[in-house]
Structures are given as structure tokens and as C-alpha cells.
Design a protein around this ligand. Structure first.
Ligand SMILES: C[S@@+](CC[C@H](N)C(=O)[O-])C[C@H]1O[C@@H](n2cnc3c(N)ncnc32)[C@H](O)[C@@H]1O
Length: 399
């Protein structure tokens, strides 16, 4: 396998072996993306070389300071109230990166909402071993009965009363890539070309789940309104994830923050080359076969799929909003205002103001979607006092 110097050559060899072991000498794009990002030893996320933050390839809201975590903590405390203050109150953070959000949420709950903190157990589900180690290091001072790590399989069915939540998890799931060819829906596979580089080939759909996905979201890419060569992604892993979360949730919430669109916008005929993006040292491009193992690959999230799959799995949509509005409703505006009288140097004030503005910028992080789904809330009697607020949440109210 000939590789350019900025590819991870061991990873390229592992992918090439995987391809060579298949009967048709090809793997789906989703398998390729899964290996590139999550190969247990060499994958971008697994191999300790993912760097999230200003010095890395990309950054998330969690890198902008404690505000996201702390404002989420406000929301979790309200959820605990609405759920009638259960013990344990379980928060499950899925895909925790370097553990920044947990490190912001835990002390804030402890200080501002000690009763809620007393009832809290915080579970992290993290796929990448290197990131899990970084999280454990960062959170080492929290006792094991407060914070622990579980695999998906270790969370028993109907065991969680509380909230499953994630920030930028779903955009990091491997996606299948589809293309319209001769009026048919076909799939992109990855194979090895003559010069030993990874190249794409087009073939039949690898699984009937892809057609089922489009039926679920009500999109027909073979319709007359779509051009030949139209290409996009399907996140089947997100459907499995909704199913897994729904089956573990006894009573409470699923809160997902990510960038994406409703299905009609996601699969708009003019979005003809999909949403796949690669990030390498803060540069964005569209070639997933460059910098293999050294760059992030992401796709936008189809919120319609999450909502409809949720419904099939017993989750009710409570609301969908934008991150900017969500955080404003939870008190980000007060934080901005407080800066004008804050007792800190001007540089620090400007830096804080910039971070808060970035979190709510509708053209950036503030435009991310926040989807909240629930389970088991409406079963409770309307007469019970905690039920009063159950139909809504502070973060979903108009700020
Ligand atoms: C883009 S990072 C976001 C990290 C963090 N939430 C933040 O906001 O900075 C995606 C995270 O999800 C993790 N991840 C991806 N797929 C996962 C899965 N199936 N189960 C658990 N974690 C997963 C990655 O390893 C990584 O920690």
C-alpha cells in the first residue's frame, strides 16, 4: 500500500487488508469512515492524536469555557425537579471528547444545586480509548460512585431515570454515501486503485435499511426533482443509537446538540454533494482520502430521522430549538450582562464576551440544533405538582 507521508500508513494497511478480505474487494464508505476514525489502535479518535481545541483540527462549544456545561447543568437541575427529584438521577454523557463538559457540569451542580448533585450519578459512554483515558485523568478527583464509565452494553434496559445527552456526537458517526445513477439510488464503496490509493466505486445498496431510512424521513432521491449524480449521506448508526438510548431510558430525557437540518433541507435537490466535511488543522475540505487517520470526517445530522426513529422507539419530541436560543433561555444573556460590571481585566472581559457570542452566533455554534425527546413523563398524573412543568423546559422556552 503506497501512502503519502501525511497518511497513517499502518491504518492504511489495516484498511487495505480489510478491503482485500472482502469477496468484492470493496467496503462501504461507512466501514471506511468507521476504520479511519475508530480503528481500535490507529483510528483518528482512538490513537490519542485527536486534538480538540484551538491547537487541534477543530473545536466545539465545550472548548469555549465553562458556559455550555454550566448552562446545561441549570437545565439538568430543572429536569431533576420535573422528574420528582429521583435518586439516583442519572446523567449519561455520550461521546465526551476530552471530558470538558463533565468537568464543568459536576462542580456547578455541586455548588449551585447541592440536592440534585446529591442524587446524581454521572455516566460517560466513550468509544475512543485515548479520549476515555483523557477523561479519566481530567475527572480523577471525582469518586467512582459519582462518575463512572460504561460501554453501551453495560447500561441495562430501562435502567436510567434522568437524561442522556451529547454534543457533537452524531456528526462523528460513520455514514453511508449514496449516489443517484441512471435514476437509481446506488451506494459508494471504497476500494484500492491502480496506484494503491483508495478510490470510490459505485454499487448496489449494501443494506435494505437505506431504503427504509428514506421511507422513514419521506425522501425519494429517485424522484424527477433530483439531478443525476446527486450525492448525500445516510446515518444509519444514528438510528441504532436512538434505539439503544430509548431502550435504556426508563423515564426522562434525550438531549442532543449538533449541526444539521430537517430532512427536506438536508436532502434538498440543490445540496447535490451532501454534507460530508473533513477537518485538518482547522482547514475544512471535502476529501476523506487525504490525511488518512490524521483528520476528522463528519456529516451533518438529519434531525427528522432522529425524531421519527425516536417516535418508533417510544420517545416523544418535546421540542427543537437552536443552541443560541437554548443557552439564552438558560441564562447566557445574564452572563453577558454581568461582564459589564465584572471585576476582571479588560482583556479577559473581551475574551469572555467573544466566547459567549460564539456560543450564540446563529451563523456558527449558535445555529446548531438542540433536540429534546422524552419518555415516561406523560404517564404521571397531571395533578402531581412536578408535572406542571413537564410539558416544557426552561431551555425550550422563548428567551
Ligand atoms: C466530535 S467529538 C465531541 C466531543 C465532545 N462532546 C465535545 O463537545 O467536545 C465526538 C465524540 O464522540 C465519541 N464517539 C463517537 N462515536 C461514539 C459512540 N458510538 N459511542 C460513544 N462515543 C462515541 C468520540 O470518540 C468523541 O469523544
Amino acid at each position: 500500500m503506497k501512502t503519502k507521508h501525511h497518511n497513517n500508513s499502518e491504518l492504511c494497511r489495516a484498511i487495505a487488508q480489510r478491503i482485500a478480505a472482502t469477496p468484492q474487494q470493496r467496503i462501504t464508505f461507512a466501514e471506511y469512515m468507521d476504520l479511519v476514525l475508530y480503528h481500535p489502535q490507529q483510528g483518528y479518535y482512538s490513537s490519542n492524536q485527536v486534538k480538540i481545541g484551538k491547537e487541534g483540527d477543530f473545536f466545539t462549544s465545550a472548548n469555549l469555557g465553562a458556559d455550555l456545561g454550566e448552562l446545561l447543568a441549570v437545565q439538568f437541575a430543572e429536569m431533576w425537579d420535573i422528574l420528582a427529584r429521583p435518586t439516583p438521577f442519572t446523567l449519561v454523557e455520550m461521546g465526551a471528547g476530552e471530558g470538558l463538559m463533565a468537568a464543568d457540569i459536576l462542580p456547578y451542580l455541586q455548588k449551585q444545586y447541592p440536592d440534585c448533585f446529591g442524587a446524581l450519578e454521572y455516566i460517560i459512554v466513550e468509544k475512543a480509548p485515548g479520549l476515555k483515558a483523557a477523561q479519566q485523568q481530567r475527572l480523577q478527583n471525582w469518586p467512582g460512585e459519582k462518575v463512572r464509565w460504561c460501554s453501551w452494553e453495560e447500561i441495562p434496559p430501562l435502567s436510567v431515570t434522568g437524561c442522556f445527552f451529547c454534543n457533537e456526537l452524531l456528526d462523528a458517526f460513520p455514514v453511508h454515501q449514496m449516489i443517484r445513477e441512471n435514476g437509481q439510488l446506488r451506494e459508494i464503496y471504497v476500494t484500492i486503485g491502480r496506484d494503491d490509493r483508495f478510490i470510490e466505486v459505485i454499487g448496489e445498496l449494501s443494506t435494505p435499511q437505506i431504503a427504509a431510512y428514506f421511507a422513514l424521513v419521506g425522501i425519494n432521491l429517485t424522484g424527477d426533482n433530483y439531478p443525476e449524480g446527486y450525492r448525500s449521506e445516510v446515518n444509519l448508526a444514528a438510528l441504532d443509537w436512538v434505539k439503544t438510548v430509548a431502550s435504556s431510558l426508563r423515564r426522562g430525557y434525550l438531549l442532543a446538540i449538533d449541526y444539521g437540518y430537517r430532512a427536506d433541507k438536508y436532502y434538498h435537490p440543490q445540496r447535490s454533494s451532501g454534507t460530508l466535511q473533513c477537518y485538518y488543522r482547522h482547514q475544512r475540505h471535502h476529501n476523506p482520502y487525504l490525511n488518512v487517520g490524521h483528520q476528522d470526517i463528519t456529516a451533518h445530522v438529519d434531525f427528522t430521522a432522529l425524531e421519527r426513529q425516536g417516535k418508533l422507539c417510544g420517545l416523544e419530541k418535546l421540542g427543537k430549538t437552536q443552541q443560541g436560543l437554548f443557552l439564552m433561555a438558560l441564562g447566557l444573556g445574564d452572563r453577558l450582562q454581568a461582564l459589564s460590571t465584572a471585576n476582571m481585566g479588560i482583556e479577559r472581559v473581551l475574551q469572555r464576551r467573544d466566547a459567549l457570542h460564539q456560543l450564540i452566533d446563529p451563523m456558527g455554534l449558535g445555529g446548531f440544533g438542540v433536540l429534546v425527546q422524552t419518555k415516561g413523563l406523560s404517564e404521571r398524573s397531571q395533578a402531581e405538582p412536578w408535572e406542571r412543568g413537564a410539558r416544557s423546559l426552561l431551555g425550550l422556552s422563548i428567551p
